[in-house]
Design a binder for this molecule. Structure first.
Ligand SMILES: Nc1nc2c(ncn2[C@@H]2O[C@H](COP(=O)(O)OP(=O)(O)OP(=O)(O)O)[C@@H](O)[C@H]2O)c(=O)[nH]1
Ligand SMILES: [Mg+2]
Length: 1066
């Protein structure tokens, strides 16, 4: 029975200081959903007995079946502490790496987080990731050390060992936080210095900055988790208990005759009780004394567990109860299962939900306490300056900070994801509960009808009436059918947080897409928006629609509750926006509101499959289904290849399975055939190898004459009409440069965009010198922040290049473009002597050079070449194309140009072809995507794990023994191409004792030439002249080529001349 109804929650919604928006984050299986159960049971939504077993927030059948959470879901809870009432909007997030995007979307809406750590496993990769996400979104966190029962029952630790173990885990968590803090401080420092340099006159005495002091000065005291501060809960979610040191300080202050405040300070840490002096002293470890925490807290806990659960001494239960002042029901006292007895006892003694909710309400901030720093982060992305916004936009910062819902405040709502629910489960479609009065009226009517039918015998009139009724029924049936079809479609609800203002049902608001830039529209005079336009009608440069809010809901876990209005500070669901929002959006009453900065996702979608309906005629349903799936999942990508294939890109196997389930059961509702996973590769070139495959040094005489490596690997190419000549050479980029390019992709993209707009304006200049179109000057200027980032990029590039010898010395000046898609890890270098390009120098000027007109085509040729390499049409990586010569000899009126089409096209294809050939002149290699894989396994099955890893071409990077247990944590690298079914096979081979977490880590060159055949003397000796082993690189390459329908050298028919009839009997 629910203890609080929604009117109470609605009342509290209007007081932002009484709201807590929090999410639970942790590594997979550390007990988030179990903890959430316990918190939910405090509101009577589920019974105490079922808490921990039900996993209420895992509402999907597959979540229940697999026992992992796949979607984050939210629930509103009521809590009262110290006479104050609070509304807690709690989001339970998934811990599996495949669903880490769900964590990102959840964290974005919250002000605080509960980080759960399994004390046995300690800090795991996702714990680290979760802490990082919380930190980067400026979210305050509290800690729950969960599964303490395992230390007692499973690991059989003594109380003292357990204490030491817990201090270690706490240290690990704090170490991660400290690391994050340090890196942030150092990063911020530069901006701080910049700002101070800009405004020296304001603060004369402070205009210097001491580099060394930054870390020491920065206040990090409230950042760490420490039991003294009361932001750490020790718990066992499954047994329903939890406490902070403050709980025990309260319980024992009378008993020990010490003030509560003093106890709070000494209960955790190296303190012990000196019985003689009756004082708390420091240095328990040194003097081999029992720390106070063990003496007061853990010993008692161990005592209870050992007596009831381990020794099963039933007669002692009432004694313990009396000591603790607890009353167990007779049913519990008589229960045969000692664990259940223990649970009900512990739940009463140290109720988990109370402790955790108290901590949440007192230690985590309300929406009103949002920090200015966070607001700026939300409003503008990394490469933008907050000050560069229009004044109207900058004003909104105050509204964010005010978190106020009065009428004069603008409405600002952020939608972090769309999720789908069954239409029939929407509150408006549910059969309403009848009130007592309505029931009485109905009863009365039924009685009357019965009496009437008794009195009047069956006559013609009634027959006629019946007939009419029947007809009506038929009509109704048809209508119902239609309605049903409509209802079959899932409804999309926007998962939203109101940052300012008030949102009412039926209100009309602007829906601002993620690429919306207020500066652009605010500068346009008479800017207007077509109110009838929807998302699909928008042009590529339009990002605003106008929509009506059809419904508003409070999110209650599995259910939604209809409300009429919602105010600032709350997390709510909004219905009826599916035609206006794809994945994320901002709702506002003003177009001056910027789109919120992009959510940073930790997992890269990497696993692709091609989909096909089993019955080809159902293709439209599949397309529609894919569209819905794409909308409902922030991490999914749906692509339509040029070949007409529908490709689904997901984060991993578990994610893929969930997507397919959804597609089959909810969105498309048709049977689907799924291809084998498509693995992405990259193509690259390397320095010529120094040793051959037989590990012998290659020297000049040893090399076969066919492969004349003396030839200079440069390509000369002409356009078809012979007007332009180009000389290109390909060279492998040093690894550091590739890394830098990959890291700075957002910056590079911005630069490329800027250059493009410059080129356009330059071209316009040629046509029309009058430059009065909408403030072009403004557009041509890069923001201060961009300039700084470019400078930083340049200096980093320079410092890397200086390490790599004279060849790369001047590359900063030579960069002409990066690709593919203007932001990739390949560069086009301009090494011509007579043509100038200035990629990293933004003050581009119009050149009189005739080649200038074709520069765009030239660069496009490079972009195309780097997008699909010659090995198997996969993108290139880490290749530098050096243009050594580009001549253009254009004679107008020459009709040769007509035969070969426009010159720009010819240049493009010539460059593309040139790049490809130059690439082929170098030793080519495939680059494979690698997973990092983190596995905790029991010692017993370590051998099996290593065998399985070895079979799949994986290598172990590190392994260490988990403290206090017999399990190992193994970190390994494994090619994505070999990883399929790894999780499942490992689980079966190790009888469920090992579960890997696979996460995309990096790209790695496969050090085998895909075209390798024995060539040198030694190789002939070693392998024989005709080698018929398996070349891994070639196998990968051929499989990709075969999939893409490209030619391979595989012989389909062998021994064509032999006609063989295979007899069946043999
Ligand atoms: N011994 C013990 N087991 C626990 C405790 N809390 C949770 N578990 C168990 O741990 C397993 C995982 O619990 P969940 O609550 O589903 O974990 P989760 O963090 O929500 O997992 P994901 O959502 O998949 O990341 C379940 O089998 C729980 O019964 C605890 O305090 N002690
Ligand atoms: Mg869960």
């Amino acid at each position: 029975m629910r203890l609080v109804d929604s009117t109470k929650l609605l009342e509290l919604q209007h007081e932002p200081t009484k709201i807590r928006n929090i999410c639970i984050v942790a590594h997979v299986d550390h007990g988030k959903t179990t903890l959430a159960d316990s918190l939910i049971s405090s509101n009577g939504i589920i019974s105490q007995r079922m808490s921990g077993k039900l996993r209420y927030m895992d509402s999907r059948p597959d979540e229940q079946e697999r026992g992992i959470t796949m979607k984050s879901s939210s629930i509103s809870l009521y809590h009262a502490v110290e006479g104050q009432e609070y509304l807690v909007n709690l989001i339970d997030s998934p811990g599996h790496i495949d669903f880490s995007s769900e964590v990102s979307t959840a964290v974005r809406l919250c002000d605080g987080a509960i980080v759960v750590v399994d004390v046995v496993e300690g800090v795991c990769p996702q714990t680290r990731l979760a802490l990082k996400q919380a930190y980067s979104e400026n979210i305050k966190a509290v800690l729950v050390l969960n599964k303490i029962d395992r230390l007692i029952l499973e690991m059989k630790m003594t109380a003292l060992d357990a204490y030491l173990h817990m201090t270690q885990v706490l240290e690990q968590v704090n170490a991660v936080t400290g690391e994050l803090f340090a890196s942030e401080v150092l990063e911020n420092e530069e901006t701080l210095i910049d700002k101070q340099e800009q405004k020296p006159q304001e603060k004369e005495e402070n205009s210097y900055y001491d580099w060394t002091s930054a870390l020491e000065d920065a206040d990090d005291s409230n950042l760490y988790f420490s039991p003294e501060q009361g932001n750490v809960v020790f718990a066992s979610a499954i047994d329903g208990w939890g406490f902070t040191t403050h709980t025990f300080a309260k319980l024992f202050s009378d008993k020990l005759g010490v003030r509560e405040e003093i106890l709070r300070k000494v209960l955790w840490g190296d303190f012990y009780l000196n019985a003689k002096a009756k004082r708390f002293m420091k240095g328990a470890q040194e003097k081999a004394k029992k720390p106070l925490f063990v003496q007061v807290v853990l010993d008692n806990l161990w005592n209870v567990y050992e007596t009831i659960a381990l020794r099963n001494e039933k007669d002692k239960v009432p004694v313990i109860c009396e000591k603790l002042g607890i009353k167990l029901t007779t049913r519990d006292l008589r229960h045969t299962d000692s664990r259940i007895q223990l649970q009900s006892l512990m739940m009463q003694w140290l109720p988990l939900s109370n402790t955790v909710l108290n901590m949440v309400c007192t230690k985590l901030p309300s929406p009103k306490e949002i920090l200015a720093e966070k607001v700026e982060k939300l409003m503008c992305s990394r490469i933008r300056d907050f000050e560069s916004y229009h004044p109207d936009t900058m004003k909104l910062k105050h509204d964010f900070l005010a978190c106020d819902s009065s009428d004069e405040r603008p409405l600002i709502v952020f939608i972090s994801k769309m999720f789908s629910v069954d239409k029939s489960s929407l509150p408006e479609n549910k059969p309403k509960m009848l009130t007592a009065e309505e029931m009485a009226i109905r009863r009365e009517r039924a009685r009357q009808l019965r009496e009437e039918s008794k009195q009047t015998n069956v006559n013609l009139e009634t027959e006629k009436k019946q007939k009419e009724d029947n007809e009506n029924d038929l009509e109704k049936c048809a209508e119902d059918e239609k309605e049903k079809e409509d209802k079959d479609q899932p409804a999309f609800i926007a998962f939203a947080r109101i940052f300012s203002g008030k949102l009412k049902k039926g209100a009309k608001v602007y829906v601002l897409g993620p690429k919306h830039d207020p500066s652009k529209v605010l500068n346009v005079k008479d800017f207007n928006i077509d109110p009838d336009k929807k998302l699909k009608d928008l042009q590529s440069d339009e990002h605003i629609t106008y929509a009506e809010v059809k419904s508003l809901y409070i999110l209650m876990g599995r259910e939604l509750e209809d409300i009429d209005e919602a105010v600032a500070g709350n997390i709510i669901g909004i219905g009826g926006l599916e035609d206006h929002i794809l994945k994320t959006a901002t709702l506002s009453s003003t177009i001056a509101c910027p789109a919120f900065s992009e959510i940073q996702y930790a997992a890269v979608p990497i696993l692709r499959v091609a989909l096909e309906p089993t019955y080809p005629s159902q293709l439209p349903q599949l397309v529609k289904g894919l569209k819905l799936l794409n909308q409902s999942d922030s991490c999914v990508q749906v692509l339509l290849q040029e070949t007409g294939e529908h490709v689904l890109v997901t984060a991993g196997e578990v994610h893929l399975q969930r997507c397919l389930e959804d597609l089959k059961n909810i969105y498309a509702k048709i049977p689907i055939s799924v291809s084998e996973p498509i693995v992405p590769f990259r193509e690259t070139i390397v320095e010529p190898p120094k040793v051959d495959m037989a590990n012998e040094e290659i020297d000049a005489q040893n090399v076969n004459k066919v492969n004349d490596s003396d030839q200079d690997p440069v390509v000369n190419i002409q356009t078809n009409n012979k007007q332009s000549r180009i000389k290109i050479r390909a060279r492998p980029l040093p690894r550091e440069i590739t890394d830098l390019l990959e890291r700075s992709s957002d910056l590079l993209k911005a630069i490329s965009q800027h250059i493009k707009s410059l080129q356009n304006t330059c071209k316009q200049d040629i046509i029309d010198k009058a430059v009065e179109k909408l403030n072009i000057n403004d557009k041509n200027q890069l923001s201060e922040r961009m300039l700084k980032l470019i400078e930083a990029f340049k200096s980093e590039l320079n410092s890397i290049c200086s390490k790599h010898g004279p060849d790369w010395k001047d590359i900063v000046n030579q960069i002409w473009s990066v690709g593919p898609r203007n932001c990739g890890p390949n560069v086009l270098l301009n090494q011509t002597s007579d043509y100038t390009t200035r990629y990293l120098y933004h003050e581009k000027e119009f050149q009189e050079d005739p080649r200038f007109e074709y520069e765009g085509s030239f660069v496009n040729g490079f972009q195309l070449a780097s997008l699909a390499g010659p090995l198997c049409e996969e993108p290139m990586m880490g290749v530098a194309f050096c243009v050594e010569e580009w001549s253009l000899d254009k004679n107008e009126g020459d009709d040769v140009s007509n035969t070969f089409g426009p010159l720009s096209g010819q240049i493009m294809s010539a460059v593309k072809e040139g790049c490809r050939r130059a690439f082929q002149l170098q030793p080519q290699r495939l680059v494979a995507a690698m997973y990092s894989c983190d596995i905790v396994v029991d010692q017993k099955v370590l051998g099996k794990l290593y065998a399985e890893l070895g079979r799949r071409g994986g290598r172990v990077v590190g392994s260490d023994l988990q403290s206090g247990s017999s399990s190992f944590r193994v970190r390994a690298m494994m090619p994505v191409a070999e990883s399929f079914k790894f999780a499942i096979e490992l689980r079966t081979h190790t009888s469920g004792l090992a579960a890997p977490q696979l996460m995309f880590s990096h790209w790695e060159v496969i050090d085998i030439d895909p075209f390798w055949t024995p060539r040198t003397e030694e190789e002939y000796l070693h392998w024989g002249e005709k080698w018929d082993g398996v070349n891994r690189a070639k196998a990968y390459m051929d499989s990709v080529r075969a999939r893409k329908g490209l030619a391979t050298d595989k012989q389909l028919v062998q021994h064509a001349e032999k006609q063989r009839t295979l007899s069946k009997k043999k």
